[in-house]
Design a protein around this ligand. Structure first.
Ligand code: PLP
Length: 234
């Protein structure tokens, strides 16, 4: 992708989010864009930063660390880890990211808490929830979410910000909205259960279903393809 194409696709993504928020009757600043840059070169991230984008999402630890070294001069850049997280990678994530969206078990949360360097302040965390009907892979089930959230909220070096989901692909607005509505309701229930926790984040919506997510209250939409173009298979 050239810088010129990136300029246009980033502007289009911003306009798309603005229109979705307006259509949902929500304030223009009620949701922000997380640019998902996995598999994309550091030079494109630098260009997106130059165009005002500050928050970037990465899925693969080593790839992200390499880009962070190259981009260490970019003021105000915020790195979000959004991919599956194994125990042996928690230290690198605790030391090099501001956010993690994919916490779905206590063991990973405890390791992130224990490995977070004190001088960086608390790590912002979302719990990944499995909200699709099909028996899918990642994410804590809705039944186990409350107890997990209580344990994570008690860890001093983590800040429990909210919930994240990657629903199974669906066609049409109504079908896309249903799992996002479940995630919103789950966050509302957690706010009652944990009134002290800073639960302000619904990380949901990607290139294919941003509008449905914004209608259901997304505060952080994770756009990859719509900003950086198709990804080569890894
Ligand atoms: C890759 C990825 C995205 C971005 O997906 P697009 O369809 O390219 O917008 C968002 N969230 C997560 C967790 C991802 O892994």
């Amino acid at each position: 992708m050239t810088d010129l194409v990136l300029r246009e696709s980033l502007a289009a993504a911003r306009a798309r989010l603005a229109r979705a928020l307006a259509d949902a009757g929500r304030p223009a600043d009620a949701a922000r864009l997380l640019a998902v840059s996995k598999t994309k070169p550091a030079a494109l991230i630098r260009e997106a930063w130059r165009l005002g984008q500050r928050e970037f999402g990465e899925n693969y630890v080593q790839e992200a660390l390499d880009k962070q070294v190259e981009l260490a001069d970019l003021d105000g850049i915020v790195w979000h880890f959004i991919g599956p997280l194994q125990s042996n990678k928690t230290r690198a994530v605790a030391e090099h990211f501001a956010w993690v969206h994919s916490v779905d078990r206590e063991k990973i949360a405890v390791r992130l808490n224990d490995q977070r360097p004190a001088q960086l302040g608390p790590l912002d965390v979302c719990l990944q929830v499995n909200v699709s009907d099909e028996a899918t892979k990642s994410g804590v089930g809705l039944d186990a979410l409350g107890p997990l959230a209580e344990r994570v909220a008690a860890l001093p070096n983590l800040r429990l910000r909210g919930l994240m989901a990657i629903p199974a692909p669906a066609e049409g607005l109504a079908a896309q909205r249903a799992p996002f509505a479940r995630l919103r309701e789950a966050l509302e229930a957690l706010r009652t259960r944990l009134p002290e926790a800073p639960l302000d984040t619904l990380s949901m919506g990607m290139s294919a279903d941003l509008e449905a997510a914004v209608l259901e209250g997304a505060t952080l939409v994770r756009l990859g393809t719509a900003i950086f173009g198709e990804r080569a298979r890894r």
